[in-house]
Design a binder for this molecule. Structure first.
Ligand code: NAD
Length: 256
């Protein structure tokens, strides 16, 4: 029997086989979960649909998290098909490339609002719909953050502010749904070469620095983030909520 046998999970944030959310989907399937996968738009659909099929995902649904209507449609389908939900994975972020290079002072009102909406508020929007489906089931929610939400990294700019908001949202949400037995946690992953990371100026420099300075003297892999997500969404973490859990080869503990 797998760690998630009998559990029903919805996973937001797969764009391709490098996505953190894809490694999580594979791990969850391996551990016996039934999974629904969403994709942001038609552009990513052509990559996501074959991936979903390859692991036998139970459902594949479109969802741009800027749309409350699309979010409601996804959870309506999940409720109708499954009658409830155990796990929500939020692995989504976006800021325009222009905002992810140079001085933070150049941040625009539109760029700030969009990064916040897609990268932070979307967790709240998804949880509004997920929480009623998790009633009485002890649900678990996991989102992805980065150390740039706590410390300053070159070029991370408005995404750092959005991650700070996301991490605070995790704590407020954990308190809001805790009485219903629902847990909410974040994983703070070290740098990983994905589509989202390619948008951050100087990404290779950050990854190189981590490799030299992290206690484990290496970068992490997507499957290591998936392992932590598996733990947080399984009964093994039944007493853990409101946490930001680092999976970064220990980089965050280093001062100098
Ligand atoms: P990725 O590009 O594979 O995933 C980002 C996902 O966000 C994509 O699937 C994209 O389609 C989705 N998305 C963007 N706008 C959306 C919208 N409007 N509606 C719905 N979906 C939308 O890259 P990733 O690195 O796997 O990123 C996943 C999460 O992990 C992000 O929150 C990212 O900030 C976080 N993270 C990444 C790293 C890293 O180094 N790659 C490190 C720490 C945290």
């Amino acid at each position: 029997m797998g760690l998630l046998t009998g559990k029903k999970a919805v996973i937001f944030g797969i764009a391709n086989e490098k996505s953190i959310a894809w490694a999580i989907a594979e791990a969850f399937k391996r551990e016996g979960a039934e999974i629904a996968i969403t994709y942001a738009n038609d552009m990513v659909a052509k990559r996501v649909l074959p991936l979903a099929e390859s692991i036998g995902a139970e459902m594949v649904l479109p969802c741009d998290v800027r749309s409350d209507g699309e979010i409601a449609a996804v959870f309506g389908r999940l409720g109708a098909a499954w009658g409830g939900l155990d796990i929500l994975v939020h692995s989504i972020a976006f800021a325009s490339k222009e905002e992810l290079k140079g001085s933070f002072l150049k941040t625009t009102r539109e760029g700030f609002a969009m990064a916040m909406d897609i990268s932070a508020y979307s967790l709240v929007a998804l949880m509004k719909e997920a929480a009623p489906l998790m009633q009485g089931r002890g649900g678990s929610v996991v989102t992805m953050t980065y150390y740039g939400g706590q410390k300053v990294f070159p070029n991370y700019n408005v995404m750092g502010v959005a991650k700070a908001a996301l991490e605070a949202s995790v704590r407020y949400l954990a308190e809001a749904v805790g009485p219903d037995g629902i847990r909410v946690n974040a994983i703070s992953a070290g740098p990983l070469k994905t589509l989202a990371a390619a948008g951050v100026g100087g990404f290779n420099q950050i990854a190189g620095h981590v490799e030299k300075r992290a206690p484990l003297r290496r970068n992490i892999g997507q499957e290591e983030v998936a392992g932590a997500a598996l733990y947080l969404c399984s009964p093994l973490a039944s007493g853990v909520t409101g946490e930001v859990h680092f999976v970064d080869a220990g980089y965050n503990i280093i001062g100098l």
